[in-house]
Design a protein around this ligand. Sequence first.
Ligand SMILES: Nc1nc2c(ncn2[C@@H]2O[C@H](COP(=O)(O)OP(=O)(O)OP(=O)(O)O)[C@@H](O)[C@H]2O)c(=O)[nH]1
Ligand SMILES: [Zn+2]
Length: 351
Amino acid sequence: MDTLVQYGFTDRVDGLFSSFAPTAGTLPARVIRADRGRVLLARPQGLLHLDGDGGLVTGDWVGVRDDGGSPAVVCALPRWSTLQRKRAFDPSSQAQVLGANIDLVGVVVPLDRPLSTNRLERTLVAACDSGAVPIVILTKADLSTRFDDVVAETIARVRGVEVLTTSAEAADGLEELRGRIGTGQTLALLGPSGAGKSSLINALTGEDRQDTGAVRAGDGRGRHTTTARELVPLGDGAVVMDTPGLRGFALWDAEDGLSEVFGDVEALFPDCRFRDCAHDREPGCAVHAAIGSGLLEERRWLSYRKMERELASLHRRQSVAEQRRRTTSSHRPPRDAGMGKDDRNRPADDR
Ligand SMILES: Nc1nc2c(ncn2[C@@H]2O[C@H](COP(=O)(O)OP(=O)(O)OP(=O)(O)O)[C@@H](O)[C@H]2O)c(=O)[nH]1
Ligand SMILES: [Zn+2]
């Protein structure tokens, strides 16, 4: 099997490639790592390092000039899914794309510590918003007796999203997980540091290619051992993407994901007495009635509310920034008309 097929090249990608990179002398390649201004590409004939990332992220499909001269990326194919968050500690409100062209996002929940429900919900929102199919992967099942309600609690919280239980240590659940990733599909793992993501990848590949970190004694948290997002082939064209454990997960434009994960909450809104109910103290508010009757957990409502406000404030900042940009650009010659790296796949009216 050639290198590219191992990294997920399928007829679907071939089709995209033919429409977007029709130039002769261009070959398809996949970004398997984008890091510190360099990209590592998989090509049919092997791996290739190139300087300059040109806004590419792990998982991108590109066309590489291959006409005997020095190889260079000449085009990027449209992304069918984008896993992103708001860049941490960045007041300028920019998106950080964690990975592209992912088919499954595995929200990793370790069984060696109490469940963080808010974190689980937040990560699920991002996973659902990405365009990939979310699944929940419980890890460290061999340690689950310490917190034996986490499994049931997780299943209850994720409302119908598929949940798989694994242990890298005891080699449990690996075949089920492996069977979930179809040929040519990419699974990205998303979860806190020390959740066992790298160990799971090692167990799936049967190799020790990912560094794993010993969990600090006491708080069960890991050291940050994974440093870059990288695609790992599992053989037969299935691919896994490891991501460094993310401390925080600020959402980016994730309204669709929010509606998907909190459909039960949003379904209450039409029953409020006032059409413009703010669900605060209004009489006849269906949300508060549901909380009062025990139908809706208050914690869940507050978690929804927090993410909703976060997205609203992101949009306010985006429109202020947009206005500022317009004012500035009317005084300056226009800059290059190329699209921003995160704008490539948005419909024109959404930019
Ligand atoms: N008992 C047990 N320990 C595990 C299992 N999987 C991982 N661990 C341990 O948990 C610790 C963290 O595992 P990693 O695989 O490095 O976690 P990670 O999610 O990749 O962490 P980051 O790279 O920091 O994001 C290591 O000490 C592993 O040995 C498991 O199935 N059972
Ligand atoms: Zn209301």
